[in-house]
Design a protein around this ligand. Structure first.
Ligand SMILES: Cc1ncc(COP(=O)(O)O)c(C=O)c1O
Length: 464
């Protein structure tokens, strides 16, 4: 039985018209897009679940912040508003705004990562992995084994495998581990949360071997909601208290602010201890000026800094987080009723449908996650993306196609954008595809790909 939908804790003040093309038109559009959903026009998508990143609806307060943004090149009041708000939330000494998450990675990671080193994470997001590799280092994933079984329902499937982490550190030598990254929530494992206790233990291991610990903080507020709900020791803590504690265990963070801060553009770097990390902060500022812009705007307009400062607070509201996670749970319960497998229990920002379970006959090198994404577009104009072998790409050393741990199709839900009826349309489309899934014999092959982050640009064709 579907669970009850949590009503929106807001009302709608402005709307955007969306339209559904005919099935023939959709088939033509996806063919013209070379079967890459990133090549589609947004206006040709009825429900756009490509990402929850930067696709959020801002509040009336944020829109008024747009008008109040201070556009001074240096020392804008909106910069100070942002820094003061971030200090209040994270209790860190230094903050550097940048234009998005990967800019934070580009500015920060080369300041200490280099060739011959390794970085270990509970799971790297694709751009973070790319920036580790662009800095010359190698990225290793170290998530708990439960995460690799989508049907296994257990709490905190985003956690780091602590035993494996220590083993990896000793195997490669602590001096060769440039960084440990905790991605909260763990996007690539299905938006799965990380417990506060796991974070504490990872921090102890990092201290023991003198290794820097970074939080990839894109969905830190959704993570805190899960901690409060599911971690017994944290039930009586506020969301803010959980966040402060979580961040106190790390040395720094990189954040794509396009997610939990409910804006359309923005990123942030945070460093906990300014005195100890004076040299690091100097390098961050230098890289920011070269790549992003002066340190008090970091590639953002004053109005973006202002909406980001407001969104940082709005994203922590517990009623909002209850509704937000409730949307995922509602959609997941419709899939439970239909026997459709997904990374369960459902995570924070989307439903990650197990495409390998839906198309067991399609091998990883014909990309089941991409097959389901294309079928969803053809079926109902729903745009999603592959989080599987197609996204993972090739081994940087051998050039061989890598075999991902999962073949997911990610239904990422933008914040404050779609209603219960939209979620019903999505579930009905998945059910229709499941009914004909066994008749699909083949997937897709890549006909062209760029050397890095290929899934954004690659061209594909059906395997006949
Ligand atoms: C966990 C995680 N880290 C980093 C990024 C990169 O952020 P951006 O897209 O803002 O560059 C993302 C984006 O989806 C993400 O999910």
């Amino acid at each position: 039985m579907a669970i009850q939908y949590i009503p929106e804790p807001f009302r709608i003040k402005m709307v955007e018209t969306i339209k559904m093309l005919t099935r023939e038109e959709r088939e033509q559009r996806i063919k013209e897009a070379k079967y890459n959903l990133f090549n589609l026009k947004g206006e040709d998508c009825y429900i756009d679940l490509l990402t929850d990143s930067g696709t959020n609806a801002m509040s009336a307060q944020q829109w008024s912040g747009v008008m109040c943004g201070d556009e001074a090149y240096a020392g804008a009041s909106s910069y100070y508003h942002l820094v003061d708000t971030a200090k209040e939330i994270f209790d860190y000494d230094f903050f550097q705004p940048v234009h998005q998450g990967r800019a934070a990675e580009k500015v920060l990671l080369p300041t200490f990562l280099h060739k011959g080193q390794f970085a270990i994470s509970n799971m790297f997001f694709d751009t973070t992995r790319a920036h580790v590799e662009l800095a010359g280092a190698r990225a290793i994933d170290c998530v708990v084994k439960e995460a690799k079984d989508p049907s296994k329902r257990c709490k905190f499937k985003g956690n780091m495998d602590l035993e494996k982490l220590e083993k990896l550190i000793l195997e490669h030598g602590p001096q060769n581990i440039g960084l440990v990254v905790m991605t909260i929530t763990n996007n690539s494992a299905g938006g799965q949360p990380v417990s506060l206790e796991n974070m504490r233990q990872v921090s102890e291991i990092c201290k023991k071997y003198d290794i820097l610990l970074n939080i990839d903080a894109a969905r830190y507020a959704e993570n805190a909601y899960f901690v409060k709900r599911d971690e017994d020791a944290c039930k009586n803590m506020s969301i803010l208290e959980i966040i402060r504690k979580m961040f106190s265990y790390a040395d720094m963070f990189t954040m794509s602010a396009k997610k939990d801060t409910i804006v359309n553009m923005g990123g942030l770097i945070g460093v906990k201890d300014a005195e100890k990390n004076a040299e690091l902060i100097m390098k961050i500022k230098a890289n920011c000026i070269s790549y992003e812009g002066f340190i008090t705007y970091g590639g953002l307009a004053g109005r973006d800094l202002e909406t980001l400062a407001i969104g940082l607070k709005e994203g922590l509201d517990e009623n909002y987080l209850h509704y937000r996670i409730g949307q995922m749970e509602y959609l997941a319960s419709l899939l439970d009723d239909a026997g459709i497998s997904y990374q369960s229990p459902v995570g924070g920002h989307g439903v990650f449908v197990d495409a390998a379970a839906m198309f067991p006959q399609i091998p990883y090198y014909e990309f089941p996650g991409q097959v389901l994404a294309i079928e969803l577009y053809k079926e109902a104009g729903i745009r999603t993306c592959d989080i599987g072998s197609y996204m993972l790409g090739n081994d940087p050393d051998t050039g061989e196609q890598l075999h991902a741990d999962f073949e997911f199709t990610r239904l990422a839900i933008p914040r404050r954008v779609y209603t219960q009826a939209h979620l019903d349309v999505i579930a009905r489309a998945l059910i229709a595809i499941k009914e004909r899934a066994k008749d699909m014999k083949h997937g897709y092959r890549i006909t062209w790909e760029p050397p890095i982050l290929r899934h954004f640009q690659a061209s594909l064709e059906p395997v006949e």
